[in-house]
Write a protein that binds this ligand. Sequence first.
Ligand SMILES: C[C@@](CO)(OP(=O)(O)O)[C@H](O)COP(=O)(O)OP(=O)(O)OC[C@H]1O[C@@H](n2ccc(N)nc2=O)[C@H](O)[C@@H]1O
Ligand SMILES: Nc1ncnc2c1ncn2[C@@H]1O[C@H](COP(=O)(O)OP(=O)(O)O)[C@@H](O)[C@H]1O
Length: 315
Amino acid sequence: MRSYSLIAPAKINLYLEIIGDRPDGYHELAMIMQTISLADQIDIHAASTDYIRVYCDHPQVPTDKTNLVYRAAALMAEQFPDAYSQFGGVDITVKKRIPVAAGLAGGSTNAAAVLVGINLLWNLGLTQPELEELGATLGSDVPFCIGGGTAIATGRGEKLAPLPGLENINLVLGKYRSLEVSTPWAYKTYRQEFGSSYIRDSDGFASRAHAVHSGEIVKAISHQDTVAIASKLHNDLEKVVLPAYPQVVELRELFAQQPGVLASMMSGSGPSVFAIVESPEQAEVVKQQIRTAIPNPDLELFVTKTIAHGINLAA
Ligand SMILES: C[C@@](CO)(OP(=O)(O)O)[C@H](O)COP(=O)(O)OP(=O)(O)OC[C@H]1O[C@@H](n2ccc(N)nc2=O)[C@H](O)[C@@H]1O
Ligand SMILES: Nc1ncnc2c1ncn2[C@@H]1O[C@H](COP(=O)(O)OP(=O)(O)O)[C@@H](O)[C@H]1O
């Protein structure tokens, strides 16, 4: 086949604990990652040229060499030069639905889809662990986005251990189009504000004196207990992002006040906020109530749910 269409779903973080800072400039994390049904579509075509070209319909997404999709294709070309010269270039179209710079891993899941798609297009036969290893060189969230589902991510986010998949947990997601949070800014600010509570060992690694504990939410996930999961949500990056973005605080509180909402929290480095809702019907009602309370068209709202897989071929 000379073209593939892939569905690239977003993620939320049900738990994000910053354990400490690392000598390589990253932070040591304990996260619980969860794939959701909100997704982009990535179409990959074998080109008649030997170029990598990226097309995208979203004004905030670059189509040059800085696009993670371009970087993923260039990585495959560099790693597999024989296949690149045999099969030629690729044209990649990104149909964006996932809000950009939102803490939903939009760029990372697009890159993951390109790795999976080119593996098929060039008949490379790479295994999922091999694709994950390549993905880690593009970004910390890329390995998770390949297989998706529910997983504990440690290290800088690239070391994965699967958890029992959570399907059909109902969510409402909100993001102000004009608000963007830079992930490097969020971590840098965290280091500046909370770095002093780290204990640094002789190798330069640091760990926080008072760690939170992911054990209880892991237990709740094993029991598929949505109410208990909702009561154990945690995100250390809220400590730096919420004070800088009062609109996000307001949205998070408004979500929490709606009937049927079990809990609300910011995802990743934000500024998207998600609410866990008891039923799909209530999720639609919550979306309407938020829209009535905040008629500002800058606020995008989505009804979505948890799913148990990552990158898939489009039907
Ligand atoms: C916060 C999270 C939570 O899932 O996601 P987003 O909110 O970006 O979706 C991730 O940790 C983001 O992962 P990702 O967006 O892939 O980050 P990368 O490209 O690897 O790193 C971007 C920058 O963030 C900082 N960074 C990232 C990961 C990490 N464990 N420690 C860090 O300090 C570093 O400054 C790095 O240069
Ligand atoms: N394929 C892509 N999709 C979205 N953003 C991209 C992509 N490639 C590069 N970017 C850039 O990456 C930045 C982070 O976007 P995104 O990956 O959506 O957010 P986050 O890291 O918060 O999950 C944006 O500023 C955007 O311009």
